[in-house]
Design a protein around this ligand. Structure first.
Ligand code: SF4
Length: 193
């Protein structure tokens, strides 16, 4: 895609108001660059990312960067693209926890945005929504993470790096022992590409 086409699409995405009833209003949070080698498809921004306008400016972001072996400069430096399943803060569920990403968002934007990231060599699928969006609606998150090698070299499924994942990782030591070293290796390979 020509640079002006890329910029026009980014401007269009930034101005999206397709969803009614977003609790903090529409504010798409994403990170795109034509030089990106790594694409992160995550869940949806939280309140901190909504306020900053930058993805993963929170404790989950710190944990994700630790998993990937990247510092903030590398993470925000132009070689990493971030396109959530839902780009605007979706609010909270009445019982607690984040509401799901808006279901119309990925079908509206992903088919237009993903193909323009022509230099991406690896797509991380972070959390159950991203895993089901890309690998199929019946895909079980933990099963996909265990079988991460089956999806290489193009995709790498991961749990969401929220505080809840600490307890899950403690119950599943294979994640830190086997999956995270492989993840760091694959991320380094993609960024060097
Ligand atoms: S969630 Fe997606 S579709 Fe809805 S307003 Fe935000 S960018 Fe647009």
């Amino acid at each position: 895609m020509r640079p002006e086409g890329f910029l026009a699409l980014v401007s269009e995405l930034r101005a999206c108001t397709a969803c009614a009833g977003l609790p903090l209003g529409p504010r798409p949070v994403f990170q795109l660059s034509p030089d990106a080698r790594l694409l992160i498809t995550s869940q949806a921004p939280g309140t901190k990312a909504h306020l900053s306008g930058q993805p993963f400016t929170d404790a989950s972001g710190d944990r994700l960067r630790e998993w990937l072996g990247l510092d903030e400069e590398q993470f925000y430096g132009g070689r990493v693209a971030i396109l959530p399943t839902g780009l605007c803060y979706p609010g909270r569920l009445p019982k607690g926890g984040d509401a799901p990403p808006r279901p119309n968002c990925a079908p509206l934007w992903h088919p237009r945005v993903v193909p323009m990231l022509a230099r991406v060599g690896l797509r991380l699928l972070v959390g159950g929504y991203a895993v089901r969006l890309v690998l199929g609606k019946d895909t079980k998150l933990e099963d996909a993470v265990r079988r991460y090698a089956d999806f290489l070299p193009s995709h790498f499924p991961l749990p969401h790096p929220s505080w809840r994942t600490r307890a899950w990782a403690a119950r599943n030591p294979w994640f830190e022992a086997e999956v995270l070293p492989a993840l760091k290796r694959e991320v380094a390979r993609a960024l060097a590409g």
